[in-house]
Design a binder for this molecule. Structure first.
Ligand code: G3I
Length: 443
């Protein structure tokens, strides 16, 4: 009943879409769709951003949160014996206030360890003591509050051998069993996972993980699940994805897709966004199809809070929402897979701002105005800069800036945006310090 109401309210949806930000406000939230299927739909979050539109969407659309960085060793114990739980506590409190699960991430990893630990010289006994103490302290702090922990992260090389890390080199492969055992002792109710990337399909790495889980189960080590990170590339969802989830499930453990994103070479185009939606749907469908797949977490829900552009030069647009918090086709694909309707709201034109290239003091930006089920005969786009950016030159639009407020309107030749069409204009601007993406309104 509720779904019917959603998309017959086309006029309301169109009005919201024209305003940009909360464009899906009329949709059934993903978390309600997921809950009806007994699944988790989660997102990684940054604690300091959990206000405004970011906080609204994180709270309304997802039934699980994973701290993107806040529970990592370098964050919680930057110097030995000095603990900083502020961001982790904030995320847990937000989740409790919004009736959400929390997935703890991560206790044992080779990366994002504090310098004092990573650069120290430790005997095996000292190292073991440090690890036990870390796990016991952190898991105890959140005892009873977390649904699951990614206890061990990224233990394997691509060929299925163990990764050479502080832990493996100092303690041997049994650091994994020990970590799980200590975590279980500290919080017997949390589901304990081993998490890794490039283990989504059947391959040497996932088979090594499979064999490890099998042997841990046989030894009675407390292992509840396997996390498949799923940092995927457009058009490259492994064909054995569902089969791989199923083989882990058949071992008697849960499976979670823990860090889903699907990156593309920038700029994004309608064709790429359509392919991305199909890829998101493939991943979601595979999880929905396997009972022991507990759910899917995206690694950041908006393109403005994604690690991809920082690490993969020229790539981005990997999440279900664009940088202005407008839901992308991938959002609707997730909803469809969870049983929502596949019909997009009609009567929508949206404006999307992106930084195309950036150098020490300047950058080139662009704004794309796209219509679907609607059209425009003229347009005007506005935004407010939050960090002192200043436009110096624009093309394919007339732009003025007064203080922080920018207003751009169509040139004589590109006022018309047809149904299904788009128009793009560009500009050069200066920046210093930071260059956050503003929220754009289309008037
Ligand atoms: O907090 C500092 C800030 O003070 C400083 O100004 C800024 C300058 O670069 O850096 C900030 O730290 C960054 C941190 O994210 C918080 O934003 C680090 O440089 C950056 O390296 C770090 O990246 C994180 C990455 O793990 C590190 O490997 C990403 O946010 C985080 O999303 C990512 O997550 C990992 C998962 O834990 C495991 N699987 C892979 C995934 C992607 O790398």
């Amino acid at each position: 009943m509720r779904l019917t109401a959603v998309f017959t309210g086309a006029a309301a949806a169109a009005a919201l879409l024209a305003a940009g930000a909360t464009a899906h406000a009329a949709d059934t939230p993903l978390r309600d769709l997921a809950a009806a299927k007994g699944k988790v739909i989660g997102t990684a979050v940054t604690g300091s951003k959990l206000t405004g539109t970011y906080g609204d969407i994180a709270g309304a659309q997802f039934n699980s949160l994973t701290p993107g960085n806040a529970m990592k060793w370098e964050t919680v114990e930057p110097s030995r014996g000095t603990f900083n739980w502020a961001e982790a506590d904030q995320i847990v409190a937000f989740a409790q206030a919004h009736n959400q699960q929390v997935r703890g991430h991560t206790l044992v990893w080779h990366s994002q360890n504090p310098g004092w630990l990573a650069n120290g010289s430790w005997t095996p006994t000292e190292l073991s003591g440090l690890l036990q103490n870390h796990i016991t302290t952190e898991v105890t702090r959140y005892k009873g509050k977390l649904a699951a922990w990614d206890v061990v992260n990224e233990a394997f090389n691509e060929d299925g051998t163990y990764r050479s890390t502080l832990w493996y080199n100092g303690l041997g492969s049994d650091y994994i069993a020990q970590a799980l055992t200590w975590a279980h002792a500290a919080d017997p109710s949390a589901k304990l996972y081993i998490n890794d990337y490039n283990v989504e399909g059947v391959n040497a790495k996932s088979t090594a993980l499979y064999n490890l889980v099998k042997s841990l189960k046989a030894r009675g080590v407390p292992i509840d699940g396997v996390g498949l990170q799923a940092h995927l590339i457009l058009g490259q969802v492994p064909s054995t994805f569902q089969q791989n989830i199923q083989r882990f499930a058949d071992l008697g453990v849960d499976v979670a897709v823990t860090e889903l994103d699907i990156r593309m070479q920038l700029p994004s185009t309608d064709a790429k966004l359509t392919q991305q939606a199909a890829d998101y749907k493939t991943v979601m469908d595979a999880c929905v199809a396997v009972t022991r797949c507990v759910g899917v977490t995206v690694w950041g829900f908006t393109d403005s809070d994604s690690w991809i552009p920082d690490v993969f030069d020229g790539y981005g647009a990997a999440t279900p929402y664009d940088e202005n918090y407008a839901p992308k086709p991938a959002y609707r694909a997730i909803a469809t897979s969870l049983g929502g309707t596949s019909t997009p709201p009609t009567g929508a034109c949206t404006a999307t701002y992106s930084v195309v290239s950036q150098w020490n003091s300047g950058f080139t930006g662009q704004v794309r105005i796209a219509c679907s089920g609607a059209s425009l005969s003229s347009w005007k786009v506005g935004w407010t800069y939050g960090a002192g950016q200043q436009i110096s030159q624009a093309w394919n639009a007339t732009c003025t800036q007064s203080g922080a407020t920018v207003s751009c309107s169509n040139a004589s030749y590109n006022g018309t945006v047809a149904d299904g069409g788009s128009v793009t204009f560009g500009f050069n601007a200066s920046w210093s310090g930071s260059n956050p993406v503003p929220t754009v309104t289309l008037g």
